[in-house]
Write a protein that binds this ligand. Structure first.
Ligand code: LMR
Length: 329
């Protein structure tokens, strides 16, 4: 796959150097792994619309949804090699390229709501975290929301004991691994594009995700139960290849900045509703039983996951966890 990515990167470089380069539009390939009809999918399409409008067609944005171009790990490599220019991976997916700090967003129950999240992403801590990406050949442009995660499985998940021995698909985050280990489950890292089939064939028994991802990937059709836990958050960092971004004419970059700002406001303004609507559609389908927890059951889940904070302190950094909790507390 690395060979393929390299080949694509050199074709892109050749295209830029050709004689028609002066007139040809600047192409931004934006690859992502979710459906178009999701918070990220809609924000990406909005960015395309605005970027092309504000640059009067000097920039063309090609959006490739649903892992059609690359899966999770490959897309980050492709961005670093310049085969694509823009991505929006979840906070949980930067560990494999050596940026572990975004995994702080994965800590169980660390964010009570989206307003609190905004304090971090719109503040100095959010800006500092984006800067960490520079050394990896990427520029962090924005934070996009999805929403809060829920648990699903073929077993009814109510108490922490129900999680024992259950195989869960996880994103590539050590915090998420620690979270499921704390529950006595068996976590398994897997690309998003492979989850449906893994659930269908029983390679894993369950997964955690937002309602919009569960619905648009049809996971509810292959999971008997989904429990309303809101135990974690999925959000995205919009990243662009740094060399590409720095090499853009300044006037174009500033129009793209404007388009990104507006697409971010648009996407983040509707993500909560997207997830509410998806939950309603899942309920209406009648394909999965939605389980709600009593306050006591919710408290038991929180307690069971508490040890995760200590388990990952060295990896994520205790000072970062403290700062994050101060901002959100
Ligand atoms: C997942 O892998 O479950 C999510 O990060 C997918 C996404 O991009 O929302």
């Amino acid at each position: 796959m690395r060979g393929l990515i390299l080949a694509a990167a050199s074709v892109a470089a050749l295209a830029l150097a050709g004689p028609a380069a002066a007139q040809a539009p600047i192409v931004i390939k934006f690859s992502h792994v979710v459906a178009s009809d999701t918070p990220k999918g809609k924000a990406a399409d909005k960015f395309k619309e605005l970027a092309e409008k504000y640059t009067s067609g000097k920039v063309k944005v090609e959006v490739y949804p649903n892992s059609t171009l690359y899966k999770d790990k490959e897309e980050l490599e492709a961005l670093q090699l310049g085969a694509v220019q823009m991505l929006a991976p979840s906070n949980s997916k930067f560990g494999p390229i050596g940026v572990k700090e975004f995994e702080v967003f994965d800590l169980p129950y660390i964010l009570p709501d989206l307003t609190t999240l905004r304090k971090v992403t719109d503040g100095p801590l959010g800006a500092r975290l984006l800067k960490l990406l520079d050394s990896k050949g990427m520029t962090g442009l924005a934070y996009w929301d999805n929403g809060f995660k829920q648990m699903s499985a073929n077993r009814k998940l109510v108490t922490p004991a129900d999680y024992k021995g259950v195989k869960f698909r996880i994103q590539s985050s050590k915090v998420l691994e620690a979270q499921f280990r704390a529950l006595g489950s068996i976590p398994q890292v897997m690309a998003f594009g492979e989850v449906y089939q893994a659930l269908q064939t029983g390679v894993v028994d369950g997964q955690e995700n937002t309602w919009s991802n569960i619905y648009t990937q049809k996971m509810h059709e292959v999971q008997k139960f989904a429990t309303v836990t809101n135990h974690g958050y999925i959000g995205y960092v919009v990243v662009v290849n740094k060399k590409f971004w720095d090499g853009l004419p300044a006037d174009i970059r500033s129009e793209l900045d404007k388009a990104m700002k507006e697409a971010t406001a648009f996407g983040n303004g509707q993500s909560a509703k997207e997830n509410e609507d998806a939950l309603e559609l899942i309920k209406k389908s009648g394909k999965t039983e939605i389980v709600t927890l009593t306050p006591e059951q919710d408290a038991a889940m929180r307690k069971a996951m508490e040890p995760v904070y200590k388990d990952v302190a060295t990896r994520v950094g205790q000072p970062l966890i403290d700062e994050f909790m101060k901002e959100t507390g």
